[in-house]
Ligand binder design. Sequence first.
Ligand code: PEP
Ligand code: MN
Length: 332
Amino acid sequence: MLIVMDHAATAAQIAAVNESVEKMGLRPEAIPGSQRTAIGVLGNQGYIDDSAIRNLAGVREVIHVSKPYKLVSRDFHPDSTIVKVGKVELGGDLPVVMMAGPCSVESEAQMLASACIVKQAGADILRGGAFKPRTGPHSFQGLGVEGLKLLRQAGDEVGMPVVTEVMRIGQLDDVCRYADLIQIGARNMQNFDLLKEVGKLKFPVLLKRGMSATIEEFLAAAEYILAEGNGQVILCERGIRTFETATRNTLDLTVVPLVQQMSHLPIIVDPSHATGRRDLVPIMAKAAVVSGAQGLMIEVHNDPAQALCDGAQSLDGAGFTQLMLDLRQLKF
Ligand code: PEP
Ligand code: MN
């Protein structure tokens, strides 16, 4: 439930509303906003009888929120959230943030060469997977903690914050030690225990959309993180599973403006996993920016033909440099 107060509501009237909410065994939460004063009501499991609230002095409107997410919704938080990753800020009307790097950390030389390429081309955040959620157990599973160290080392060398995936709670300590942004991958979007644990941290999170998740499920997953107190969440559209097999997934760009209407959280697009094809990545990256994406995540490898993971969708140095030049033409 959302209680919207009159513009002229006094502090005493707001306090009286808060008190009534608490008497009902619920939790009032002040909602910061430039346009209005509002109070979000949390802690209910179903419909709330609002008769004790509706007629209190200073109350303009009571809105019942039946969606499975509240804290992530614009109703509860009208101003766009800005997420800080190292010194990089992402969200709202800020310039598009570029995250780029190899699918996986493979070696010191590969990671550093890839880092140099993306840094030189102008990327903001370096990516590299150390714990890899591979479809089959015989594929390269990542270097684990050793990979985290190599990613950190490369990031420090070129002066970029780093993002990497965490697959389970037991990896969180190590990932937080070496990374600046924690990625929760598509396959773990509904790993609710992991979401809750990450929600208890003061650490920015990149939450990828599950491969068959609806927008409502996507936002409800983010709600788990916010509900535990961590509001620094970036959403990422990375393609969904459809009947189409010509591309690895189907890039759903409508989710970008839709999420921005529904939520204050920033959303970025990963055209690499969405298409699975290097030739389609640049054009879909541009389309994503035009659709309003606040960032991009692009797989870049110093030698894609030799990549241990996702080489077919990885850009090389020349390809990524050209993409960055083309994106600048869009004046993002
Ligand atoms: C990745 O970014 O390396 C990855 C595995 O992505 P997704 O979870 O979107 O498949
Ligand atoms: Mn990948």
